[in-house]
Design a protein around this ligand. Structure first.
Ligand code: ADP
Length: 424
């Protein structure tokens, strides 16, 4: 029984969806985190205000009876609280009660305290309140101010740090969740890569068998005919069947050569043997190589080889492979092939374009064609022979030459492959 098989394309959709979900979770997490942070800030402010109210009551400060708390406490910055008071407060009791109140409301962070006297226009008392375990702060750092009333000034320089420390639990759980999500998406991606590799290998084996089965079968049939003793009396048939065997074995030979060449260069750097090469002669040689295919498909070739003195430094053998591959594909992927070969030259580069009137490709396909073992699935490409290694090899050769390859293509209208090579 066939097992449940997930294709890499399905897996890719799964990855896209789960990535989107992970992003949404992360956005929610951030919003939630910000809200918790704001709530903690509010709670801190409330606690300080409650502590100040406690202080007003403890010290029986007169102004407290005359106005609501919101008017008595001013907040010029986030970490500063200016509370109206009377300057004749006892400084010892102020410090002691303030310490109690802050502890009661769990404000366990450094607090710089100043008692401001409006008549003298200065602080008449300054001190630092530290929660247990905090490092000693030697100087009370209360910002200078001018007010037309006496006041107690509280400054919390470590307010943000304290609020964040209150959120440790949330920070740790968020970090763990984030880590889990990242690991999850990483393993999904790894799984997808493995799956993709398996599929390309399977496709390759499929193409490989398809490519070799037909010639072997044809040769087998031809051999059967040749085995018949009566064939000796028909010399014309003898030569036809011998020709078939020769053609098919030649074809097999060239395919095996290609595979070996690809396998040889796949894992290593291409070693170029550069010489001065005439690009136009190379195009002629490639066309001559492809003569049987051109005849078989009745391909019409046109030439606009306009590059003046088309010489460049390149590896002749490898460049020939590039041109053969491009022209061969142009023929393979066209119904009634009309191929145009164009060349041009600038000061530094020489360019060759192979244009066809074939089945063309969409953008998604164009992005894939230089990957190893990739083969297009639509239209006639399915019935065209190949291993999906040609363009990967072409790209590698172009990179070794510091050249570039690009494709202009439109489904149903044809493609134009353009290679650009530095002259020296
Ligand atoms: P193969 O031709 O053996 O499949 P290639 O690496 O040469 O391998 O090409 C990869 C794929 O790119 C092809 O399977 C085909 O889908 C697409 N392709 C290449 N050249 C053309 C072209 N001229 N027109 C349309 N599609 C092309």
């Amino acid at each position: 029984m066939a097992g449940f098989v997930i294709r890499s394309s399905t897996l890719r959709i799964g990855i896209v969806i789960s990535t989107a979900i992970i992003c949404i979770i992360m956005v929610f997490q951030l919003i939630w985190f910000r809200n918790v942070y704001r709530a903690q800030q509010k709670e801190f402010d409330h606690s300080v205000i409650k502590a100040l109210r406690g202080l007003y009551e403890d010290l029986d400060i007169k102004v407290y009876d005359t106005a609501p708390l919101s008017e008595l406490i001013e907040r010029p910055t986030r970490d500063l609280f200016i509370a109206r008071a009377n300057h004749e407060l006892g400084t010892d009791s102020l410090t002691r009660f303030l310490q109690y109140e802050l502890e009661d409301f769990e404000v366990f962070t450094v607090c710089h305290v100043g008692l401001y006297d409006k008549n003298q226009n200065r602080y008449i008392y300054k001190t630092v309140l530290e929660p247990p375990g905090e490092r000693k702060n030697p100087v009370a750092d209360v910002p200078g101010l001018q007010r037309p009333f006496d006041c107690i000034v509280l400054s919390f320089p470590n307010r943000e740090r304290f609020i964040l420390s209150q959120m440790n639990f949330w920070i740790i759980t968020s970090a763990v969740l984030l880590l889990v999500l990242i690991l999850l998406s990483g393993s999904l991606y790894y799984f997808y890569k493995q799956k993709f590799l398996n599929e390309t290998q399977r496709d390759f084996i499929h193409n490989f068998t398809h490519e070799f089965k037909t010639p072997v079968a044809v040769m087998g049939l031809a051999a059967e005919v040749l085995e018949d003793p009566a064939i000796v009396n028909k010399p014309e048939k003898l030569s036809v069947y011998a020709g078939i065997v020769k053609y098919q074995s030649g074809y097999l030979h060239s395919q095996i050569d290609r595979l070996l060449q690809f396998a040889y260069t796949d894992s290593r750097h291409i070693h170029l043997r550069k010489e001065v090469v005439n690009l136009h002669s190379l195009v002629e040689e490639a066309v001559a190589n492809l003569e049987p295919l051109i005849a078989e498909r009745s391909a019409v070739l046109g030439y606009e080889l306009n590059a003046p003195s088309p010489f460049l430094q390149a590896d002749r053998g490898y460049l020939l492979i590039v041109i053969i591959n491009l022209i061969e594909n142009a023929i393979k992927y066209s119904r009634e092939p009309e191929i145009l070969l164009q060349s041009s030259k600038t000061e530094k580069y020489i360019t060759l374009a192979v244009k066809d009137n074939g089945i063309g490709m969409d953008k998604k396909q164009v992005r894939q064609i230089f990957k190893r073992f990739y083969r297009g699935q639509q239209g006639e490409t399915h019935s065209s022979k190949g291993f999906g290694i040609g363009l990967a090899f072409v790209k590698k050769i172009m990179s070794a030459h510091n050249g570039k390859i690009r494709v202009e293509s439109e489904p149903g209208r044809g493609s134009r492959f353009i290679i650009q090579l530095p002259i020296s």
